[in-house]
Design a protein around this ligand. Structure first.
Ligand code: CS2
Length: 500
């Protein structure tokens, strides 16, 4: 232990000016949080807020991270004593900080019992999650648990789980057995009404395992909804080399992100036990819904639209896509279609939010690949695009740009780009989507076939969308993404001048 501590100190201090060292604690704090899913986003976002809240107001909120699949992040961080570099990238320059808030990292497949034990530790008050949309093992169109999911079938038959939901249920069961209160379950994924959704999924699995446990969770558990926002591309080998050059020190697991961040949390925690989030700018509110709709529809909805259309037009990153004036104008038109379907959250202006997003997307210091955002579309479309489309259909508002984005997803999941090259489509439904697309002949047939995927499209909405998306697809296949975007996107900008 002492040897590791000395190595880590050397690791942290070599090459970094003292004022770049932040969020270090001596003695180490106790563990108050178990976090499932230790990807770049959480380490660039939630972990930093927790570290800052502890630095500002104290408390034992050290974090035990859990990787649900592979040991890579644990192995990289172990050699660094769980510390890592966070780099803020902006056109004005870059700033590196060392974040030392993780106290341990567990790899669930290696030691599932240790993960359940960590959750059952009396000091732990919160279990948070960033496991991405597909990690919830649910049906994206209905929000219900997918009881046929292989991981859920496993977790129903075994004490030691593999799914995030399974770990939550077994962790809560262990606390109940020990006579402890439940932990607060804090979801940090981009899902609609994410707290309520996860509560429903956890209760459904718990009820199948032990109905009394489900009643206990329903009565005592807390599942606050959240809106999370910071653009954080996956870390690449080139990023690792760049950070080494910047800091003079090799970090095998740095995170690189934009300066902007926003976290809105429904203030509903078991026994009100949480870090002093308000002290570090987190918005604690009674109702997150308006913030969440704004973010999922205006940010993630346009992000996915730019990802599919930008990828098909040959762009590698969002910033590259935005550098094309037709796309920059097209995204404004998308916001004009989306804003009428979004309630304005307190203290916010939707046009200002859109203008700020435009700047964020144009940040060329961030290399956020269109391919990365295009991943898992079947899990993302309902909350990002379909809710907006449904609201516009009901109100009789046209949405040609959103329909084009949906058609672009359909072209993308066909697995062949406009130059005839294969696309590496990552999606839990990839092979089914590909088979449906391949079996259909014309673009119109492909639209008809893909709209039958009920995990994505509720049948009534599919029927309403059919003619509109068919028209968009016919144009997209005929003239390509670039020309389709030009057709819809060029012309005067849709957002009007910024407020002084
Ligand atoms: C992106 C998000 O990969 C994606 O699907 O849309 O990760 C996005 O960058 C974040 O939600 C921003 O907060």
């Amino acid at each position: 232990m002492l040897v590791i501590a000395a190595q880590v100190l050397a690791w942290m201090e070599a090459g970094l000016p003292a004022n770049h060292l932040t969020c270090r604690f001596a003695p180490r704090p106790g563990v108050g949080i178990v976090h499932l899913g230790l990807g770049a986003f959480y380490r660039a976002f939630g972990a930093i807020y927790v570290a800052e809240a502890m630095a500002a107001r104290g408390g034992d909120w050290g974090i035990v991270g859990v990787s649900l699949k592979s040991p890579g992040t644990r192995d990289a961080l172990a050699a660094q004593g769980w510390a890592y570099t966070s780099v803020t990238l902006s056109p004005q320059g870059e700033e590196a900080k060392v974040i030392e808030v993780l106290q341990d990292v567990l790899v669930a497949p290696e030691s599932p019992a240790a993960v359940v034990a960590a959750m059952a530790d009396p000091g732990v008050k919160i279990v948070s999650l960033t496991v991405t949309e597909k990690g919830y093992c649910h049906n994206p169109a209905t929000g219900a648990l997918n009881q046929d999911h292989p991981d859920i079938l496993h977790d129903l038959e075994n004490q030691l789980p593999v799914s995030a939901v399974g770990f939550l249920v077994r962790g809560l069961a262990a606390r109940r057995a020990a006579g402890l209160d439940p932990f607060t379950v804090l979801t940090c994924d981009n899902l609609p009404e994410n707290g309520t959704l996860l509560r429903g999924i956890v209760l459904e699995l718990a009820r199948l395992i032990d109905p009394d446990l489900a009643d206990w969770i329903a009565e005592k558990g807390r599942f606050p909804a959240t809106m999370v926002d910071r653009i954080t591309p996956a870390t690449t080998d080139a990023d690792i080399a760049r950070v080494a050059e910047m800091t003079g020190r090799r970090d095998a697991a740095p995170v690189l992100h934009e300066p902007f961040r926003q976290w809105v949390i429904e203030d509903s925690f078991v026994n009100n036990d949480r870090p002093d989030f308000a002290a570090v700018g987190v918005q604690l509110v009674a109702d997150v819904t308006a913030f969440e709709h704004m973010k999922l529809r205006m940010l993630n909805g346009t992000h996915s639209s730019l990802a599919y259309l930008g990828y098909l037009a040959g762009y590698e990153t969002i910033a590259d896509t935005m550098a094309n004036p037709a796309f920059a104008s097209f995204v404004e038109r998308l916001w004009s279609e989306i804003m009428p379907a979004v309630a304005t959250p307190p203290g916010t202006s939707l046009p200002d939010y859109a203008r700020a997003l435009k700047q964020r997307y144009a940040n060329s210091a961030i290399r956020h690949r269109t391919w990365q955002i295009a991943m898992d579309g079947s899990q993302k479309l309902p909350q990002r695009l379909l809710g907006t489309l449904e609201a516009n259909l009901q109100a009789g508002r046209p949405s040609p740009c959103l329909c084009l984005a949906l058609a672009a997803w359909m072209r993308y999941v066909g697995g062949v780009d406009e130059a005839g090259q294969p696309i590496d489509v990552k999606d839990p439904l990839a092979s089914r989507l590909r088979a449906l697309s391949d079996a259909a002949g014309t673009p119109a047939d492909k639209v008809t076939a893909l709209l039958t995927v009920t995990e994505v499209f509720p049948p009534a909405l599919a029927a309403q969308l059919h003619a509109l998306v068919t028209a968009a697809a016919e144009q997209l296949w005929a003239i390509g993404a670039q020309a389709s975007v030009e057709t819809l996107g060029l012309g005067p900008a849709g957002l009007g001048p910024a407020k002084p």
